[in-house]
Write a protein that binds this ligand. Sequence first.
Ligand SMILES: Cc1ncc(COP(=O)(O)O)c(C=O)c1O
Length: 363
Amino acid sequence: MLPTPLDALPTPSLLVDLDRLERNIAAMASAFATAGVALRPHVKTSKCWEVARRQLDAGAIGLTCSTAAEVAWLRGHGVADLLWAHIPIGPRKVEFVVGTALDGGGLTVSLDSVEAARPLSEAASAAGVTVPFVLEVNTGHARLGVDPADAVATAAGIAALPGLRLRGVLTHEGHISALADRPSLERAGAAAGGLLVEVAGALRAAGHHVEIVSVGSTPGATSTPFVSGVTEGRPGTYVYYDGNQIRMGSCGPDQCAQTVLARVASVRRVGRPIIDAGVKAMSSDAIAAAGGVGLVVDRPGVTFPEANEEHGFLHDGGTVPLPVGDLVRLVPNHACGTTNMWSHLYAVRGDQAVERWEISARY
Ligand SMILES: Cc1ncc(COP(=O)(O)O)c(C=O)c1O
């Protein structure tokens, strides 16, 4: 029965603080609007319609997806402009993309090779549709993407295939998250944006129409989108932020909207209270290193260095022992990975849970 005090919720529970969520959405929307750059948030961080709807209401031009399930879910909500920032490889994804094109379109996919493009081209032309795509470019992350020097040749090869239409270029400047200090990170973010703009220029010079120059990450969200010539940004994690983003200097602890609520279950081991949440309740994926499973909120001196599946090991040094039954809130290292572990979350205002929101399109 909602609203209810946090004390009445089951533990562990996934919480999202509404004041922080609203501030994060408004701040990113305002920074992009001021710069005249379109914002297309990545939905993998929340997978929650109540969150995505708020991002769209704040001016996002559309949304970015990483999976077919996310695309299908958002099409079900009538979102007309989606970018699937992954390669639609294999017969099921090809069939799905062609199905969306037959069913009103609105989906742009990402490609980085003629080999991956060919089956999509064949299926699209057999169905009599044209699938729009962006060419993914590697600006340093070295995951997907053509190297800049190969972009013109690859774009020409893909654009020559029937049933496909080049709309622009895309990069994910994820490599900048490894940089230790914020000024270096921001310089690397701007350099990635500059490289993508150069590639867009080379494609235009080769005769292509390039309307989209798309960059995207939360650590890069203060630098990469604001390079002249970039048309849109796709940050995702900013909507909640997390422990990794604190370490990268993208946010402060008071901007982290996602927490896991847990209870102290045992204090038998002095200095090491055991809580009822472990690695099945939050992603310990510490991209920015620095270790630990998560950050303990509002408990100075208490750390969260290790966990089993349903048991978390806090360290309180034995100085300020946490009593059995006490509630603790933990900021996960990685918000997106944590989201994928839960089927629903509680939206919280102050110390009251006010709504229960579904999390959709998980594996
Ligand atoms: C292709 C792509 N775009 C955008 C993003 C959003 O980046 P972040 O999670 O840092 O906000 C990601 C995240 O992994 C991504 O893979």
